[in-house]
Ligand binder design. Structure first.
Ligand code: AMP
Ligand code: MG
Length: 413
């Protein structure tokens, strides 16, 4: 279904740097075709299928930034007193200002032709009862003060947002400000999520000995819900080669992307990698990342399949690096890296060179602190964290006070 080209980028089995893996995927996946036009209310998080071009200036007309008095700066007499010739509220059309006079204006009201400056009402003295009503305008204002020029933000004909832009609340507001009630959006990829493992039990059911609740599928579905995709729950696969292969083949024809978790290590109970290989092409399956080393990428029936690790934290790390950018690319989103921010390490840590490593941390005032144990299976410590601290492949140690790079969970999880 998805346009993944079939040229071989198989990897020899050595550890693949995670950025290389992601680049391999992205270069070979073509965004899905198909668009739909939806009201703004349904557009948040979706991807623009065409550029948003401004049909008019923004602001549409020159208007007042404050409640106050509009006047021509050159007309202000030395004593500051000017007669009031007009009162212009927001929504009212403004006639040209007679020379030598001022107009009462309110925030958002048009600035009358002939006025070039606005004094805030707090800085004026008005005598409205007099005939004519007069106002004393303060000295020291610069021409243009408190005026919002037309097109100050965006000019008519300008591209306000490009194709591929992912719409957040601000972008929705911008579209509305430009008069758009609907937007043309890309089709959402249909993403199916499997868990694998005979030990897994659906939440809501009691555990018998040797069983654990399936958390990955729910984590992954929730992660997908942050993306412009339609996520579908495909249940738990047993640890059996034939059943796994059948399920992948069957699901491939109905989805644009398939995610699995577990069953991709080298163990004899791990069948996902073999199933991808049996049904299609396996492109790589080992990443130079900790946690998240076993992570398979292949194609079954033209549909990309990402085999994520079984350990819950590793599954999230691999999802963020592989599945997320892949889903966004299928959805037609402009490429964007995971957001990284500088922080200061609040702890010491040693690592072996060779793999990129992610540590779960909490952030307080820019200081990153460890959150409990770092086992790849410990979902609780992930839930207590608010960022992943990223240690480069070549790094071997950090000390308290060291500058580090973190990937905050806000917007990602
Ligand atoms: P595997 O890669 O299948 O050997 O799984 C590695 C570890 O992750 C094992 O401890 C599994 O029990 C665990 N695991 C695999 N899938 C899930 C899942 N869906 N939810 C929670 N834990 C899982
Ligand atoms: Mg398993």
């Amino acid at each position: 279904m998805a346009g993944l080209s079939q040229d071989c980028f198989a990897h020899g089995g050595a550890l693949l740097p995670v950025e290389e893996a992601a680049a391999l995927l992205l270069a070979r996946v073509v965004p899905l075709s198909g668009t739909e036009t939806l009201p703004l209310r349904a557009a948040r998080g979706r991807i623009l299928a065409e550029p948003l071009i401004a049909p008019h200036d923004l602001p549409p007309f020159r208007n007042s930034a404050v409640d106050g008095y509009a006047f021509r700066l050159a007309d202000r007499p030395p004593d500051g007193w000017m007669p009031l010739a007009a009162r212009i509220a927001a929504g009212q059309a403004a006639a040209p200002l007679p020379p030598g006079s001022a107009a009462r204006v309110f925030t958002g009201a048009p600035v009358p032709e002939g006025a070039d400056t606005i004094a805030m009402q707090e800085n004026t003295t008005a005598l409205p009862g007099q005939a004519p009503a007069t106002v004393c305008l303060p000295p020291g204002l610069a021409a243009g003060a408190n005026i919002r020029p037309a097109a100050e933000d965006i000019a008519r004909g300008e591209q306000a947002l490009p194709t591929g832009h992912r719409l957040d609340a601000a972008a929705i507001g911008l579209a509305a400000a430009l008069g758009r009630a609907t937007l043309s959006l890309t089709r959402r990829p249909v993403v199916g999520v499997f868990s694998t493992g005979d030990e897994l039990v659906e939440p809501g059911h009691p555990l018998r000995p040797a069983q654990a609740h399936d958390s990955n599928r729910h984590t992954l579905l929730a992660l997908l819900d942050t993306l412009p995709v339609e996520a579908r729950d495909l249940g738990i696969l047993p640890d059996r080669a034939a059943a796994t292969a059948d399920a992948l083949r069957h699901a491939a024809s109905r989805h644009d992307l398939l995610l699995t978790s577990g069953g991709i290590s080298a163990g004899e109970e791990d069948h996902v990698r073999a199933a991808i290989q049996a049904q299609g092409t396996l492109h790589f399956w080992k990443l130079a990342v900790k946690p998240g080393k076993p992570a398979a990428m292949g194609v079954v029936g033209g549909t990309p399949v990402v085999g994520l690790p079984g350990n819950p934290v590793a599954a999230v790390v691999a999802f963020l690096h592989l599945a997320r950018p892949l889903a966004l690319r299928l959805a037609g989103a402009a490429p964007s890296a995971l957001p990284r921010y500088p922080a200061i390490a609040g702890f010491a840590h040693a690592k072996k060179p060779g793999r990129r490593e992610y540590l779960r941390v909490s952030l307080r005032n820019g200081i990153a602190e460890r959150q409990g144990h770092d086992g790849a299976g410990l979902i609780g410590s992930l839930a207590r964290s608010d960022a992943l601290l990223e240690l480069a492949e070549h790094a071997t140690a950090i000390e308290p006070g060291a500058p580090v790079s973190v990937i905050p969970f806000a917007g990602l999880l």
